[in-house]
Ligand binder design. Sequence first.
Ligand SMILES: [Fe+2]
Length: 342
Amino acid sequence: MQGRKAPVVLAVDDQPMNLELLSECLAGTGCEFVTESDGEVALETIHRLRPDLVLLDVVMPGLDGFEVCRRIKSDPVNRLLPVVLVTSLSSVHDRMKGLEAGADDFLTKPIDRNELMARVLTLMRTKEVFDKLDDAEHVMAAFAKVVEAKDGGTEAHVERVGRAARALAEAVGMSSDDMDLVYFGGVVHDIGKVGVPDALLLKPGPLDPDERIRMRRHVLVGVEIARELRSAASVIPIIRHHHEWFDGTGYPDGLVGPDIPPTAMVVSICDAYDAMTSDRPYRAAMSSDLAIAELRRGAGTQWDPDLVSRFLRGVMQEPTRVVGVSEPSVSAPADIRNQGGR
Ligand SMILES: [Fe+2]
């Protein structure tokens, strides 16, 4: 958003009435509202205008919303441009298709004005934070993407962790500086894995003691990288301490409970949840219910129980489902459990 006053929202829909409705909903937000009715033309407009957010109808003649989204996200320049799919499709299959296309969020028709405003403001705030990063931070974020690719994940993982960490920080009343910090920490906490061999990162099953030692070095390597980039010093506690355990059995310093920086604990919880529910080349994703049960199981040992509870209530925002989730009769396999804990 550098160099211009109002953030630009591009809405793409083949139905003029829907565009009018979106325009009315966003009136008063201070955004510049631009519309297109065709996917191909929208891609050209994105290239020309560099909007700050795209609201994309799914069912359109020509390129559908999934394909437009996929093309937006496959251009490295637009990778961080938030895309919200606006759809009347609500099946899990369609959501999965949207996620695979790289969509950042979904809005279901009929549009609820408050929901639209909330999504738009949150996503634009995230992008604004990223736009404000200095060169050193961009270097670190680039490292984080390399690591994510090495680690067999998708680049969307670290951004989801960052966004969830920001939401958790907000839910517990952290300052806006700390909210920005945990977003950035969520993206870059594992940059030290750039020094871990691929064979180790992608090894199926548990690591042997020697491999575990080599894997654990990633936090110290990450600190060294961040130290070289002086303006990134504030994120060092997150990088160093995101594998500390609440009961003192974590690493590298064996910090206990309140001695662990809360920002690092926030990132640890969000990373673990997202890692457990993501597919990797060497294992399938856990269900959300199983991952939630794992978080609850680790509350008080691995994680601060209060923060886990805030995460489940404030970030997952599914109180009835969370309350109703039953503990699985068996633990998740060790190679799936707490991937963030490697
Ligand atoms: Fe890590």
